[in-house]
Design a protein around this ligand. Structure first.
Ligand code: DX5
Ligand code: ZN
Length: 234
């Protein structure tokens, strides 16, 4: 890795926030050093859990959250909701290829609406699903747990996939973020960055801690070590 630590984004997932205080909690993790907000949308159909929709994202905007909010849509079908999330003010819309009939059309809809577009790979989804989509992508997100719940354990096989995707991105010559979602904490974040990720989504490790600043700070410190090592080996 050759990034400086500021190229590496830590993105708290508000799935694990105190949802009765979502505005305050979002402001708190941003003040504690989070780079953006990750917003997990679940429909009890594509994934076996139900969370929140576009009006809740809009409510965060109205509350005064101006940082980028990345909407991770675990919903099937996706296209109508893409429109809702564009309107609500999502910076990035991340979709699962298995959840939409026409992946290219869905990506185009996101991009036409002015948001960044990303595809999400489940643990058993092979990277070649991206081959004819790379040119549309701003983000690739590797699920390092099965989607649907916070607080699961990081699947170690994800590291190999992150490495493969880093190579694919380098080969494409495109500026694509490589994000990892699920079971990310201060203990494993360095290994995940070492494998090639640049964007770290973390829910329960951040919101389950009593001091958001200390937790995000510990993650940042672990990442600084990886960035420094990357510079030395260049
Ligand atoms: C899982 C979600 C994740 C979740 C991560 O389906 O996509 O964003 O919030 O939570 P942790 O960090 O607790 O695994
Ligand atoms: Zn997510």
């Amino acid at each position: 890795m050759s990034e400086s630590v500021s190229d590496l984004w830590i993105t708290p997932s508000v799935l694990s926030a105190d949802l009765a205080r979502l505005g305050e909690e979002s402001a708190a993790v941003l003040a504690a050093g989070g780079d953006r907000i990750h917003f997990d949308v679940m429909d009890n159909h594509y994934v076996p859990n139900l969370t929140f929709g576009a009006p809740v994202l809009k409510a965060l905007r109205d509350y005064g959250i101006t940082a980028p909010i990345d909407a991770h849509l675990m919903v099937k079908p996706t296209d109508r909701l893409i429109g809702d999330f564009l309107e609500a003010g999502a910076a990035t819309i991340l979709i699962h290829p298995e959840a939409t009939e026409h992946v290219d059309r869905s990506l185009q809809k996101i991009l036409d609406g002015g948001a960044a577009a990303g595809l999400v790979l489940n643990p058993a989804t092979p990277p070649d699903v991206l081959d004819f989509a790379m040119w549309r992508l701003d983000w690739i997100l590797v699920m390092s747990v099965n989607p649907g719940f916070g607080g699961q354990k990081f699947l170690p096989e994800s590291l190999r996939k992150i490495g493969m995707l880093r190579e694919k991105i380098e080969k494409s010559g495109r500026d694509i973020r490589l994000a990892v979602d699920g079971g990310v904490d201060a203990e494993n974040i360095a290994a995940i960055a070492g494998a090639g990720a640049d964007t770290f989504i973390s829910g329960s490790a951040v919101f389950g801690s009593s001091d958001y600043k200390a937790t995000i700070g510990a993650m940042r410190e672990a990442l600084a070590g990886v960035a420094a090592a990357g510079r030395e080996t260049r």
